[in-house]
Design a protein around this ligand. Structure first.
Ligand SMILES: Cc1ncc(COP(=O)(O)O)c(C=O)c1O
Length: 448
C-alpha cells in the first residue's frame, strides 16, 4: 500500500490561528467566541514582548498567566538550559537523584531559614496542591488522627483545576459542573481589605475575619487536616489583597487547634509580592508551601511542595505502606530544576527584588490617571501586582478589554470587572513607560 501523500501545510499569516481552531482545544476558553475574539498566534518572544505571526507585537502584561517571571527567553535561563541539555535531560526521581534537584531543594529550604527542609516535586501548580493536601491528611493518619480528612479554604480562593485542587477552590465558574466529583471543603470568609468598615484598616479586617476561621476550628478541628490559603493576594479570585495579619492569625489558630497550614505561593511566590515568599511579610511559615509558575522562569512546568522536616519524618518506616507513594513521571525534571536555579541566580545576584521596588514606583506613577478615573475603584498595588476594579462594567467587560488591549499592543485578561497587571520583572524604564502609557490609553478607550 502506498503511503498517503504528505499534508501540505499552509504558511499564510492567518493559518496558524485557523489551524489551531480546527485542532486545538484551548484552556479556559469558550471556543465558540473564536474567531470573533482574536486567537493570536505567537511566533517569538523576548523580554516582556510577544511577537505575532502577523508582525504585531504585544506587551505580556500578565506574564503569560503569571509564569513569565524575568521576561521571555532570559539569556541566563536559556544558557543554563543549553548546558543542562548537554549533560542530563531527565531521569526518574525514585531511587535516583541529580545535581539540579538537590541544589534547588537546598536553596529553597535555605530561603525558609531551613524551616521547610524537604522538597517534593510535581509538574504544574495543581499537582503541588494535590500533593500538599494528600501529605497533610496522610501525616494526620500517621499521627493517629485518621478522621482529619477535610480542608478549609478561603472564599474566592483558587488552587487549580484537578479534582483535589478544585475541591479547595471557591470559584463557582470552575467548580460547578464538577460539584458531584469534589470532596467538599469548608469555605470561610476571606480578609479582602475592600470589606473594611468605616474606621477599619486592612489589619482590622484581617482580625475580624479570622474569627470565622476560629469559630470553624473550634467546632470541627477534629475533622480538619489543613487550611489552604494564597498568601496576601487571592489572584484568580480577582486580585483580592489582604493584610499579612491574617496569615499570623492562621498560623496561631492552626497551632492552637492542631491543623496544618498549606500556603499556596504558586502565583504569589518568587518575589511577586515584594519578598521571595509572600509569607515572609507576615513573619510566619506554613507547614507546607507550594511553588510553581515563575520558579522555572515560566519556561518549563515545575512545581514544588516544601514541607517541615517533622512532617517528613512521620512517613519514615520499614513498611512501604507508610511512605508517601505519590509520583509524577516528570517529578524533579533536571531541565526544569536547572532553569529554576538560573532564575534564583538572577534574583539573588542582580538584586531584582530591590530594583522591582523602584520599577513599581515608576509604573504606579505612570498609571496615576487610572487611579483618578471616576469609574475606577480600589486601585491597589503590591510588589509587581497592580489591580483596579471598574464600576458599572458590562457583562462582557473582560472580553472587550482583551480585544481592545490587543489593539494597544497589550496582552491583558481582566477577571470580571477587575483589570490587573502582573508583568515580567526585568523592565527597563522605557518598557515601564510604554506599559503604563498603553494601559492608560486602553482604559481611556474602554471607559469612554
Ligand atoms: C494560587 C494558584 N494555585 C494553583 C494554581 C494552579 O496552577 P496550574 O495552572 O499550574 O495547575 C494557580 C494557577 O493559576 C494559582 O494561581
Amino acid at each position: 500500500m502506498s503511503s498517503p501523500a504528505p499534508v501540505r501545510l499552509a504558511k499564510s499569516v492567518s493559518s496558524w490561528s485557523e489551524r489551531s481552531l480546527a485542532a486545538v482545544w484551548h484552556p479556559c476558553s469558550q471556543m465558540q467566541w473564536h474567531p470573533d475574539l482574536p486567537l493570536v498566534s505567537i511566533k517569538r518572544a523576548e523580554g516582556p514582548w510577544l511577537f505575532g505571526h502577523d508582525g504585531a507585537r504585544y506587551f505580556d502584561a500578565i506574564g503569560s498567566w503569571w509564569v513569565c517571571l524575568l521576561g521571555h527567553r532570559h539569556p541566563a535561563v536559556v544558557q543554563a538550559l543549553r548546558e543542562q541539555l548537554g549533560e542530563l535531560d531527565h531521569v526518574m526521581l525514585a531511587g535516583l537523584t541529580h545535581e539540579p534537584v538537590v541544589e534547588l531543594s537546598e536553596r529553597l529550604s535555605q530561603k525558609t531559614g531551613n524551616v521547610l527542609g524537604h522538597a517534593f516535586y510535581g509538574s504544574d501548580g495543581a499537582s503541588a496542591v494535590e500533593i500538599a493536601i494528600k501529605m497533610s491528611a496522610h501525616a494526620w493518619q500517621h499521627r493517629g488522627h485518621a478522621k482529619k480528612q477535610s480542608f478549609v479554604c478561603l472564599a474566592g480562593g483558587y488552587h487549580g483545576e484537578t479534582l483535589g485542587a478544585l475541591g479547595v477552590t471557591d470559584l463557582a465558574g470552575f467548580r460547578q459542573p464538577y460539584e458531584g466529583l469534589l470532596h467538599p471543603a469548608y469555605v470561610v470568609p476571606n480578609a479582602d481589605a475592600r470589606q473594611a468598615l468605616p474606621g477599619e484598616d486592612a489589619r482590622a479586617v484581617a482580625q475580624r475575619q479570622a474569627q470565622h476561621l476560629e469559630a470553624l476550628l473550634e467546632r470541627c478541628a477534629d475533622r480538619i487536616a489543613a487550611i489552604v490559603t494564597e498568601p496576601l493576594v487571592q489572584c484568580a479570585g480577582g486580585m483580592i489583597f489582604y493584610d499579612p495579619e491574617y496569615l499570623r492569625q492562621v498560623r496561631a489558630l492552626c497551632d492552637r487547634y492542631c491543623v496544618h497550614w498549606i500556603a499556596d505561593e504558586i502565583a504569589v511566590g518568587c518575589g511577586r509580592t515584594g519578598t521571595f515568599f509572600a509569607c515572609e511579610q507576615a513573619g510566619v511559615w506554613p507547614d507546607f508551601l507550594c511553588l510553581s509558575k515563575g520558579i522555572s522562569g515560566g519556561v518549563l512546568p515545575l512545581s514544588i511542595v516544601l514541607s517541615r522536616d517533622e512532617l517528613y519524618r512521620l512517613f519514615l518506616d520499614e513498611s512501604v505502606s507508610k511512605a508517601f507513594l505519590h509520583s509524577h513521571s516528570f517529578s524533579g525534571n533536571a531541565l526544569a530544576c536547572r532553569a529554576a536555579l538560573a532564575v534564583l541566580d538572577v534574583l539573588d545576584h542582580d538584586r531584582v527584588l530591590a530594583t522591582n521596588r523602584l520599577r513599581a514606583i515608576r509604573l504606579s506613577a505612570r498609571l496615576q490617571p487610572i487611579f483618578e478615573h471616576a469609574r475606577v475603584r480600589h486601585f491597589r498595588q503590591l510588589g509587581m501586582i497592580w489591580a483596579w476594579d471598574v464600576a458599572d462594567a458590562p457583562a462582557d467587560f473582560s472580553r472587550r478589554v482583551y480585544r481592545v488591549a490587543l489593539r494597544h499592543q497589550l496582552l491583558l485578561r481582566p477577571i470580571g470587572n477587575t483589570v490587573y497587571l502582573m508583568p515580567p520583572y526585568l523592565l527597563s524604564d522605557a518598557d515601564i513607560d510604554t506599559l503604563g502609557d498603553s494601559v492608560v490609553a486602553l482604559m481611556r478607550e474602554v471607559l469612554r
